[in-house]
Design a binder for this molecule. Structure first.
Ligand SMILES: CC(C)(COP(=O)(O)OP(=O)(O)OC[C@H]1O[C@@H](n2cnc3c(N)ncnc32)[C@H](O)[C@@H]1OP(=O)(O)O)[C@@H](O)C(=O)NCCC(=O)NCCS
Length: 268
């Protein structure tokens, strides 16, 4: 039988298929389940407020890949938001048997076509450009290569790439750097979000590592979509320890812990 690929727009009835694409191996993990719960709630809100914010690819009727996107103007965690801009949060095809068959390209090109036809979650408004943070997870084809293959170009801001649709690129004003706040001393503030179901489990891992270094430190875990003002006040930084923004990625465990140790021992 020929292999069958089909693409569906996200709707209430296929939310769990979207989640399955990224979480298939972690559905029994209780901390991951918390991340999934937050993501499900967020997707329901987005469906209600904006419409379909994802596409799911099925290979022989099994959900194998997804692309997730939303209007930048609904992202309350940002101090500045551009109108008529679609942010692509991520695209992912983690199933080797379904890779290199054109599925990723079909998901992205489907979104581009919808944007040209004014049929996205922007409503019937024009889409000026698509924007994405092309990070490299080290898995499969890296996002920068994939988006470049699909005609996205670099902006002057970090690893952001864009594709003009019905307008020109507009740079974002700088939010500036975190300045130490008196209220942030002697505690760790860990931010996470509902958009990726790995956000909450990663935040819990960060909490564990911080407590290994400083068992008595007060921890505040903040969902940045619930309390965006707390994140904006701290320039969207993901971890502040004793009023110091931590730079080292938490997966570089020893270096990360050394930076935490230094942060708690100094006055900022
Ligand atoms: C990028 C990605 C979605 C592509 O999925 P896909 O369904 O295999 O994509 P396609 O079949 O449409 O392939 C697109 C092109 O990339 C090439 N390609 C795909 N996987 C590749 C790989 N591992 N190495 C080299 N080239 C690859 C294809 O051959 C094709 O090339 P062509 O356009 O010159 O013919 C997938 O590789 C992926 O998920 N990468 C990781 C992305 C990631 O980190 N996401 C964030 C998760 S949080």
């Amino acid at each position: 039988m020929p292999e069958k690929i089909r693409i569906e727009n996200l709707q209430g009835s296929n939310i769990d298929d979207l989640i399955y694409v990224c979480s298939a191996k972690r559905l029994d993990d209780t901390i991951h389940q918390q991340g999934v719960k937050l993501k499900r709630q967020w997707l329901r809100e987005m469906l209600k407020n904006c419409g379909s914010v994802a596409k799911i690819a099925y290979f022989n009727d099994r959900p194998v890949a997804q692309i997730l996107f939303f209007p930048e103007e609904v992202d309350a965690t940002k101090a500045f938001r551009r109108e008529n801009v679609l942010v692509i949060q991520c695209i992912y095809n983690p199933n080797p048997e379904a890779q290199k068959l054109g599925i990723g390209t079909r998901l992205l090109q489907g979104l581009i076509q919808d944007a040209k036809n004014r049929k996205t979650c922007l409503g019937n408004k024009r889409c000026k450009f698509l924007l994405t943070k092309a990070f490299n997870t080290g898995e499969f084809l890296p996002l920068p290569e994939f988006f470049t293959k699909n005609s996205f170009t670099s902006t002057s801001e970090g690893n952001l790439l864009y594709l003009p649709i019905d307008g020109q690129y507009e740079p974002m004003p700088s939010v500036g750097n975190y300045e130490p706040l008196a209220e942030d001393r002697d505690k760790a503030i860990i931010f996470y979000g509902p958009v990726c179901q790995f956000g909450y489990p990663f935040a819990k891992k960060i909490e564990e590592l911080v407590l290994e270094v400083e068992p008595n430190i007060k921890i505040e875990m903040i969902n940045d979509w619930e309390k965006p003002e707390e994140s904006i006040k701290r320039k969207n930084w993901w971890l502040i320890v004793n009023a110091k923004p931590i730079q080292t990625f938490f997966m570089e465990t020893e270096k990360f812990k050394a930076e935490i140790r230094q942060a708690v021992s100094q006055n900022y």
